[in-house]
Design a protein around this ligand. Structure first.
Ligand code: MF3
Ligand code: CO
Ligand code: CO
Length: 294
């Protein structure tokens, strides 16, 4: 114990690994964990998160989910997406956080609101939600330097069987993708499970937008496609933090981006839905840092 406390950065680590203390247990990681973290950083530019990082993202994540629940309470026929944006913006600030989308690469609002055939990145406006719409609200907050990112698709009043169908497929797609998040599985396993399920239901999976690593940066490695082949891609290891956020269309997967340079819509005009959570890979599977029931 005495040695642990007195070990200098450049001394041999008291754990007996033969490495310098700063390369080993100084960061609360074993020699093996240090070498994995270095490998992931140098090979993939993936920054494995520390216990402190994970606690920070989780705290931001709790705010994100609370914010989505607040938005949900206000979603009804007659409300504009601008009103939801303002509500979220004020709630975020009141809780000591910042909305990450605002001014991100020129995005003009604090959330994304994607209605019906809008796949993602819908810009809040004076458009009024009407009975039968489905609307995705995507919230990313920065709290004490840490980002957390989640979204849900909501029904506006009574909706068609098609609307229920695509929302249910999107929710189940995320659930199945997350079930593949465990050490020794790969990133490809996540996409495989999602694609297998969604296409099996007759829906399609958007390819142009994917999940992403997240931490002190909004979008960082790794990429997390929602399609792919079993056992392909990077192997999952504890401490990886990323989003899974499948966008599924009732019709074909193809999209087009509107004049505003943001709004992505289905080419065939079919309905699209999405659910997103931010998760950390653990020793036994994953923990959602933006947990809500799927
Ligand atoms: N929240 C989105 C995501 O899941 C990103 C939105 S970027 C914005 O990655 F600029 F449109 F807000
Ligand atoms: Co995201
Ligand atoms: Co998001």
């Amino acid at each position: 114990m005495k040695e642990v406390l007195s070990a200098g950065r450049n001394d041999l680590c008291p754990c007996g690994s033969g490495l310098k203390y700063k390369r080993c247990c100084m960061h609360g990681r074993s020699a093996h964990e240090v070498s994995v973290a270095e490998l992931y950083l140098s090979n993939y530019r993936i920054k494995l998160k520390t216990v402190k990082d994970i606690a920070g993202i989780k705290k931001a994540g709790k705010l994100v989910v609370d914010t989505l629940r607040l938005a949900e309470e206000f979603i009804r026929p007659g409300i504009t997406t601008n009103a939801i944006d303002r509500l979220v913006h004020e709630y975020t600030i009141k809780n000591g956080a910042r909305p990450a989308p605002l001014n991100y690469r020129g995005f003009p609002k604090s959330i994304c609101t994607s209605i019906n055939e809008v796949i993602c990145h819908g810009i809040p406006s004076d458009r009024v939600l009407v009975e039968g719409d489905i609307v995705n609200v995507d919230v990313t907050s920065i709290l004490d330097e840490y980002f957390a990112d989640a979204n849900m698709t909501f029904f506006v009043g009574e909706c068609s069987p098609d609307a229920h169908k695509i929302v249910d497929i999107a929710r189940e797609s995320l659930k199945r993708g997350l079930a593949a998040v465990k050490p020794d599985n790969t990133i490809g396993d996540i996409g495989f499970e999602i694609q297998q399920f969604a296409e099996g239901q007759g829906a399609s999976v958007v390819r142009e937008f994917i999940g992403h690593g997240i931490g002190k940066v909004f979008h960082e490695p790794p990429d997390v496609p929602h399609f792919g082949r079993r056992h392909s891609g990077i192997t999952l290891v504890p401490g990886m933090v990323f989003t899974v956020e499948p966008m599924v269309n009732l019709g074909k997967r193809f999209l087009r981006v509107l004049e505003d340079q943001w709004t992505a819509v289905t080419r065939d005009g079919s309905l699209s839905a999405q659910f997103e959570q931010t998760v950390v890979v653990t020793e036994s599977g994953y923990e959602s840092l933006t947990p809500y029931e799927l």
